[in-house]
Design a protein around this ligand. Structure first.
Ligand code: ZN
Length: 138
């Protein structure tokens, strides 16, 4: 990369995912509690439970999809409330491999991500309509 290259604008980011990892044998209960807390407090899309490894992920997890406007409250709240769980927060741009491997942030210990299972180019993923109805303040 040229040292004169322009910085990437944050408008490249269409939305975010938080992947909440757990061990089905030992921490699924904690993952269930965190999922309930999230749904009660944030306007996000809670994805399905994946009790077995799926895609680039090396541990059981569920996905939380959210709009860029939600980041400033939701991500700091996750920092304080993830407990023993590892959470991968990544932007959604047109390069999923870079989003997951190079540009994400981890809350809790970082885990292996299988980048070979991710494309280097894709359509932008905008946040889906939220499927939660918050009833509490974060
Ligand atoms: Zn993701």
């Amino acid at each position: 990369m040229s040292e004169h290259a322009a910085p990437r604008p944050y408008s490249e980011i269409a939305s975010y995912h938080a992947h909440v990892y757990y061990d089905p044998a030992t921490t699924r209960g904690e993952a269930e509690r965190l999922r309930q807390w999230i749904g009660e407090r944030f306007s996000v899309t809670l994805g399905r439970w994946h009790d077995v490894k799926v895609g680039p992920h090396d541990q059981a997890m569920y996905q939380v999809a959210f709009a860029t406007e939600v980041f400033a409250e939701f991500v700091p709240w996750l920092m304080l409330n993830h407990g023993k769980l590892s959470v991968l927060v990544h932007p959604n741009t047109t390069n999923p491999r870079r989003d997951h491997l190079v540009d994400p942030l981890w809350i809790g210990p970082a885990l292996l991500v299988h980048g070979d299972k991710l494309p280097e180019e894709s359509e932008l993923e905008h946040a889906p309509a939220p499927n939660t109805q918050p009833t509490r303040r974060p």
